[in-house]
Each structure stands twice: as C-alpha cells, then as structure tokens.
Design a binder for this molecule. Structure first.
Ligand code: HEM
Ligand code: HEM
Ligand SMILES: *[C@@H]1O[C@H](CO)[C@@H](O)[C@H](O)[C@H]1NC(C)=O
Ligand SMILES: *[C@@H]1O[C@H](CO)[C@@H](O)[C@H](O)[C@H]1NC(C)=O
Ligand SMILES: *[C@@H]1O[C@H](CO)[C@@H](O)[C@H](O)[C@H]1NC(C)=O
Length: 390
C-alpha cells in the first residue's frame, strides 16, 4: 500500500512537470489550452481547454476560428444551481447568435465550478479538429482563436441552448502559439495548475455595485422625484409652491448628476456609449441643464403678463417629455444590463407604472381645471400659476 501511494505521488509529480498549459488572458478572463502529446502528433485525439472568469459575467466564450462566422465556440455560463458551470458548444453563422451543436463532444472535468468569485470550466474536447465550417490542426505551430463575453446578470441554466445576449466590446481574436501548449500526458492537465485570473475580479465586483447604484439613483430621479415635483406644481396650491417645485427638481437633477457620472463610467468601460440607453440619457442630461433657467424665465414673465408665455410652454413641454422619456430609458438600461432574471425589471415596472400614471393623471386633471377656469376674469387677475407668491 505504502509503495502504491508513493508510486501515485510520483506519477502526479511527473504529470505536473509535463502538464503543458498555455494561458492567455483578455482583461479579467483567462483561457488555457493543453494539447496532449498524442493529439499533436496524430491530430485526432482529445484536447483540453479552460475558461476562467469572474462570476459576474453573464457568459464567457472561447472559439476556434478567426471570426464568428464559421467558428466553433464554447460558451460558459453558470449552471442552474449556481454551483457549477455549463459549457455549450455552438457553431457561428454570420453574426447571428451562435447555435448549439454537440458534435465536438465536450466533457466537463474535475476542478470546474463556481469557486469563490470565479467560474471555471475545465473541459476535454474529443472532436475539436474539425467542425461545421472549419478545422484546426493541432500539430501546426499556431492557430487563430476568438473570444467574447457579456458582463451582467449571470445566466444560471443547465440548458445547452440557453439564450445569450450579444457581447459588448469585449471580443477579439488572437493567434495561439501551440508550442507552449503541447506535451501533456495528463487526463486533466488543469488539476495541477492553479486557476489564473488577474485581480481585476475586484473591479468587476465594484462595477456591479456601480451598476446597481447608477440604476437606483437614476430611477429615483426619473420615477419618483421629478414626477413628484411635476405633480405638486400641477395639483397643489400653497404659498411658495414654485420654490418647493424648483427645490425638488434641482434635488432630482443632482441625484441624476451622480447617476449620470456613474453611467458614463459604466458605458466607457464597455464601449456601450453608442447604445440607445446612454445616448438618450446624455440627451436628457443636456436638455435638463436649461430647465432651471426656463422655469425662472417662465416665473418672471408670468408675474408680468399673468399668463403662460413661450417660456412656460418650453419649460413645461421639455419637463414633461424628459420625465416620460427618462422612465422609458430606465427600461432600456435594464435591457442593456441583461436583467434576465427580472430581479430589477419587476420593481422598476411597478414604480414606473404607479408614478407614471399618477403624473399623467395630474397633468390631465390640472389642464382640465385650467381650461375650466380660463373664462373667469378673477382668475385672469390672479393668474393661472398654481402657486401664490406672498
Ligand atoms: C431641473 C429643473 C426643473 C425641471 C425638470 C422642471 C420640470 C417641470 C415640469 C415637468 C413642469 C410641468 C408640470 C406639468 O407636467 O404640468 C414644470 C412646471 C413649472 N415649473 Fe419647473 N422644472 C424645473 C425647475 C424649475 C425652476 C427652477 C422654476 C422656477 C424658478 C420652475 C418653475 C415652474 C413653474 C412655475 C411651473 C408651472 C408652470 C405652469 O403650469 O404654468 N421650474 N416644471
Ligand atoms: C434617464 C436616465 C437614466 C436612467 C433612468 C437609467 C437607468 C438605468 C437602469 C435602471 C439600468 C439597469 C441597472 C440594473 O440593472 O441594476 C441602467 C444600466 C446602464 N446605464 Fe443607465 N440610466 C440613465 C442614464 C444613463 C446614462 C446617461 C448613461 C451613460 C452615459 C447610462 C449608462 C448605462 C449603462 C452602460 C448601463 C448598463 C451597464 C451594463 O450592464 O453593462 N445610463 N441604467
Ligand atoms: C462540476 O461538474 C464536474 C463534472 O460533473 C465535476 O467534476 C465537478 O466536481 C463539479 N464541480 C463542483 C464545484 O461541483
Ligand atoms: C466530429 O465532428 C464532425 C464535424 O462536425 C462530425 O461530422 C462528426 O460526426 C463528429 N464525430 C462524432 C463522433 O460526433
Ligand atoms: C480583492 O478583494 C478581496 C476582498 O474582497 C481582497 O482580499 C483582495 O486583496 C483584493 N485584491 C486586490 C488585488 O485588490
């Protein structure tokens, strides 16, 4: 027994020495490859690859080929119970969502799983030399590989056909030097090598915190505080109302300023800045810059003319449009973030519907009341600005 234990330990040591693993990192995602001696000579046997990434990714993929079209891709996401990973082999056609194709015969090996902050897939591929649309010669000196990933709410699924969202700007291609990957005799070369992922994991964690803070604060501004400021000026009637309105809108504006800063940071980090959600958010930010001045001008002119002027209509029109577009934009943000589990979508929708309807109701009610009052002479003298300026 003692001898056998010793022999095994020796074999383990030998395997370690010969486990040739080549690791490539793209940002905080690392890909490893190991080509056994036998498969590099005969080009017909198993190869091994590893995908290791922070678990804050929705999915992370490695692919054989030089572009999506015609590539064989391996998409990793968390398994249904969140403890392990699913690796789905897919074939690329054009830039469409790649479709599952099991010909490559993948086996998930020991050492795979969601381990602390990381998700790791150690995979044996038994039929990776050719696939629908391409082939790869593992006895050659190098070949082209691609990678892509999507940051955001994790997919937790055992379904090899699970729907995935399009990647952000984190995708690319590189030529993998096979010389450094060749020569292992191990049946799981990654068991003997520690998981390498750069410490950017902490950045991913803090990115998720910023994402939730951004969504929460922007929503607070556009779903709650701006609408309350609008509702008050429409339905309330007390001394100094205009300043309560101005104060609330400035508060909402400041909350949005912080959310805006975080949004810009989120967008530039992923190159999402050209997407509809950030573009609309930036447009709203710029448009809202002029609102205080317009509100002030309305107020001044109203005190002189005792009626709505062009300033009033601009201030009111821009304000109403901005609030409603902002509410819709939050929905686009949730879509961009890929909230597939609807953890944030449902509360957002409920708050948006409640405050959206309350706001629209207040506008309708206020304008109807205003129209009713219009022929009233006394009203004209007092003005239709709903606050009184004592
Ligand atoms: C970011 C800042 C602001 C925003 C987003 C904003 C937004 C709005 C909106 C949406 C309305 C129309 C409410 C409705 O739907 O009927 C409104 C009305 C009004 N705002 Fe503002 N506002 C801002 C700042 C100000 C300031 C600084 C003042 C005054 C100094 C002001 C004075 C008024 C007044 C008097 C009305 C009532 C106009 C009327 O109904 O005839 N606003 N504002
Ligand atoms: C009306 C203004 C805005 C609202 C209501 C809003 C709201 C949201 C919400 C609710 C989310 C999803 C957060 C989550 O799932 O927890 C989100 C995501 C996002 N927002 Fe905004 N946002 C606004 C403006 C902006 C602006 C101005 C930018 C950038 C310039 C921006 C960039 C982003 C990005 C990049 C994401 C997705 C991040 C990712 O998953 O990679 N947003 N936003
Ligand atoms: C994940 O699944 C593989 C293959 O079934 C297994 O070897 C590994 O131990 C699992 N990992 C965890 C953390 O359960
Ligand atoms: C291996 O892959 C090729 C190309 O996709 C396919 O034609 C073949 O059937 C696969 N072999 C097995 C045993 O699945
Ligand atoms: C990342 O965060 C963990 C705690 O969450 C900490 O122990 C570790 O030192 C951090 N790493 C870096 C590189 O900041």
């Amino acid at each position: 027994m003692a001898f056998r234990g010793f022999a095994l330990a020796t074999i383990g040591l030998v395997a370690t020495a010969h486990a040739q693993v080549s690791t490539q990192c793209q940002g905080d995602v690392c890909y490893s490859l190991s080509i056994p001696q036998t498969s590099s000579s005969s080009n017909s046997r198993d190869i091994y690859f590893r995908i290791a990434a922070p678990k804050d990714y929705q999915w992370v993929a490695l692919g054989q080929g030089s572009e999506m079209d015609g590539a064989q891709m391996f998409v990793m996401y968390q398994s249904a119970n969140g403890q392990n990973v699913t690796v789905s082999p897919r074939n690329g056609e054009g830039h469409n969502t790649p479709e599952y194709n099991g010909n490559s015969q993948l086996t998930l090996l020991e050492g795979s799983g969601v381990l602390a902050d990381k998700m790791v897939a150690n995979v044996r591929c038994s039929n990776c030399s050719s696939w629908r649309g391409g082939n790869m010669d593992f006895s050659s000196s190098a070949a082209s590989w691609i990678y892509a990933n999507k940051f955001g709410y994790p997919i937790q699924s055992d379904d090899l056909n699970a729907g995935i969202q399009q990647h952000g700007n984190a995708y690319g291609t590189w030529s993998w030097d096979f010389a450094t990957a060749r020569g292992s005799n191990s049946v799981n070369p990654f068991l003997e090598t520690s998981v390498i992922t750069p410490s950017i994991i902490n950045k991913s964690k803090s990115r998720n915190t910023v994402l939730v803070a951004h969504g929460g604060m922007a929503s607070l501004a556009f779903l709650v505080v701006f609408p309350i400021g609008g509702i008050l000026v429409r339905v309330a009637n007390f001394s100094g109302l205009v300043w309560v309105h101005a104060g609330l809108q400035m508060l909402a504006w400041l909350i949005y300023l912080v959310a805006f800063g975080m949004g810009v940071w989120l967008a530039t980090n992923t190159d999402d800045i050209k997407k509809a959600h950030p573009v609309i958010g930036i447009a709203l930010f710029l448009v809202l810059l002029v609102q205080p001045a317009l509100g002030w001008m309305h107020h001044k002119m109203f005190n002189e003319k005792r009626t709505r002027t062009a300033w009033s209509w601009t201030h009111i029109g821009i304000g109403r449009l901005a609030i409603l577009v902002g509410m819709i934009n939050g929905g686009l943000g949730l879509q961009l973030a890929g909230d597939t589990e609807k953890k944030h979508v449902v509360p957002y929708a409920i708050v948006a519907v409640v405050f959206g309807l309350a706001y629209i109701g207040a506008i309708v009610w206020g304008e109807l009341k205003r129209r009713r009052n219009r022929p009233n002479e006394q009203y004209k003298l007092q003005g239709d600005e709903l606050h009184s300026m004592n």
